[in-house]
Design a protein around this ligand. Structure first.
Ligand code: UD1
Length: 367
C-alpha cells in the first residue's frame, strides 16, 4: 500500500515523526508499505519547521508545496491547488492527515475530491468553539474522512454522535506522546537557562498564540500583566510565536521577570516544560505534554478539545475570566495541585497501532 502523509505546521511535525518510524519498521518487517511525505510549507522558518525535522529525524519531505504565509483562505487555496497536482502525479491508496491546522483541512478536501481515501489522525476532537479556526478544520476534516485514529474515547463518542459508523473509528492513543517518550532522554537545556539562572521548579513557562488572545494588543497586555502579577517571585519564560511577536513588538511589552525568547526547538521546549513550576498556555498540544510529564498546567481558554487533560491530567481550564487565574496561582504557591494520571493508550505505541491498522485495512502483505 502507498500512503501520502501530510505535515504543514509546527504541531504536525511531532505527530508525523513517529508514524514514519512505524512505517519504516513495517518495511523492515517486509510489509508492502511505502509513503510519500508532503510538507505543505504552512510553517517554513528554521525555528518553526527545519529544526523540528532535524531533531525528530524526519526524512526530507518528498515535496514541499511552499504555501507560506497568508490569510487562511489564501493558504487553503494554495495548498489545495498544489496538493491536487501532487496527488494526480503520485496517487496513493490513502492520504493521512494529522491534527487540526489549515493544511489538515485543505489536504483532506483535495484528496476526497479526487476520490482518494483519507484517514484523520487525532479525529473527533471538539472544542465546541466555532471562533477557533482549528474547530472548523476539525469538523470539515472529520465530515469527509474515511478513517479516524483517535486519542480518547470522548473523541470516539463525538464521531459516533455525528453519525460515523464505529468500524471507521480506531482508538489508538496519541502520536505526539510517542514522540515525547522517544525523546525524553535527548532533551537539550536551552541557553537561556544558564543565562537567566533558571532552576528546576522555580520558573513559569507561558505560551500564547491563539488569535483571540494575541491579536488584540490590549488583551495581550492585560493577560501578561495578570500572569506576571500572579507569578510574583518567579521568572516567567515566554517563547514567543511569530504571530505574537508582531503584536508584542508593536506594544513594546517588557517586564523585569519576563524572559522573552524566539520559538524554541522541540528538545529545548520539552526540557523547559519538564523543569517548570507550572505552565500557562492557550495551546492544546502543550496540555497533553504537561499531563504526561505531570506538570501543573493552566489553559487560558473557555473550552478544550482535549478534556482528558483536565479530567485525568494536570490541566485546569481557567477560561477568559482572569480572576480565576489568580486563585489557581495562589494554590500553586502553596504547592496545591492535582497529581493527574496518564490517559488511556498514551503509552508511546500509538503509531505502531496506526500502521498495523492501515496494513490490515489496505493490504500490506509480506513481499
Ligand atoms: C497555526 C495553526 C495552529 C497551531 C499553530 C502552531 C492554523 C489555523 N493554525 O497557527 O493551530 O497551533 O500553527 O504554531 O493552521 N509565521 C512565521 N514563520 C513560520 C510560520 C508562520 O513567521 O514559519 C508567521 C506567519 O507569517 C503569520 C503567523 O506566523 O503571520 C501565523 O502563522 P500561521 O501558519 O498563519 O498560523 P499560526 O498562528 O502559526
Amino acid at each position: 500500500m502507498n500512503i501520502t502523509l501530510v505535515a504543514g505546521a509546527r504541531p504536525n511535525f511531532m505527530k508525523v515523526a513517529p508514524i514514519i518510524r512505524a512505517i519504516q519498521q513495517a518495511q523492515r518487517d517486509n510489509k508492502n508499505i511505502t509513503y510519500r511525505l508532503v510538507h505543505t510549507g504552512q510553517h517554513y522558518d528554521k525555528k518553526m519547521s527545519t529544526e523540528f525535522f532535524e531533531q525528530l529525524s524526519i526524512p526530507e519531505p518528498d515535496i514541499n508545496l511552499g504555501a507560506g504565509s497568508g490569510t487562511q483562505a489564501e493558504q487553503t487555496a494554495v495548498i489545495m491547488m498544489r496538493f491536487e497536482k501532487e496527488l494526480i502525479e503520485n496517487k496513493p491508496d490513502i492520504v493521512l492527515v494529522v491534527g487540526d491546522v489549515t493544511s489538515t483541512m485543505a489536504c483532506a478536501i483535495t484528496a476526497k475530491k479526487l476520490c482518494i481515501d483519507v484517514a484523520h489522525v487525532e479525529g473527533g476532537l471538539r472544542s465546541d468553539d466555532m471562533a477557533m479556526p482549528e474547530e472548523i478544520n476539525r469538523i470539515v476534516t472529520d465530515s469527509i474522512s474515511d478513517h479516524f485514529f483517535t486519542t480518547s474515547k470522548m473523541a470516539d463518542e463525538n464521531l459516533i454522535k455525528s453519525g460515523i459508523e464505529s468500524q471507521r473509528i480506531h482508538f489508538v492513543g496519541n502520536t505526539m506522546i510517542d514522540t515525547l517518550y522517544q525523546h525524553l532522554n535527548k532533551l537539550i537545556e536551552p541557553r537561556i537557562c544558564k543565562e537567566q539562572n533558571l532552576t528546576s521548579g522555580k520558573y513559569f513557562l507561558i505560551t500564547l498564540h491563539r488569535p483571540n488572545n494575541v491579536d488584540n494588543p490590549a488583551k495581550l497586555k492585560e493577560l501578561l500583566d495578570y500572569i506576571l502579577k500572579g507569578s510574583e517571585g518567579f521568572p516567567v519564560v515566554f517563547p514567543v510565536h511569530p504571530r505574537t511577536q508582531k503584536v508584542l513588538a508593536d506594544i513594546a511589552y517588557a517586564h523585569e521577570r519576563l524572559i522573552q525568547t524566539d520559538p524554541l526547538s522541540y528538545l529545548e521546549f520539552i526540557y523547559l516544560i519538564k523543569n517548570s513550576r507550572a505552565i500557562i498556555t492557550d495551546s492544546g498540544g502543550i496540555t497533553e505534554e504537561s499531563t504526561v510529564l505531570g506538570i501543573p498546567c493552566m489553559t487560558l481558554r473557555n473550552s478544550t478539545e482535549r478534556p482528558e487533560t483536565v479530567t485525568v491530567g494536570t490541566n485546569i481550564l481557567i477560561g477568559t475570566d482572569i480572576n480565576n487565574l489568580e486563585n489557581h496561582l495562589k494554590n500553586l504557591q502553596q504547592n496545591i495541585w492535582k497529581k493527574g494520571a496518564i490517559p488511556e493508550l498514551w503509552d508511546g505505541k500509538t503509531s505502531q497501532r496506526i500502521v498495523s491498522k492501515l496494513i490490515s485495512l489496505y493490504g500490506g502483505k509480506n513481499i
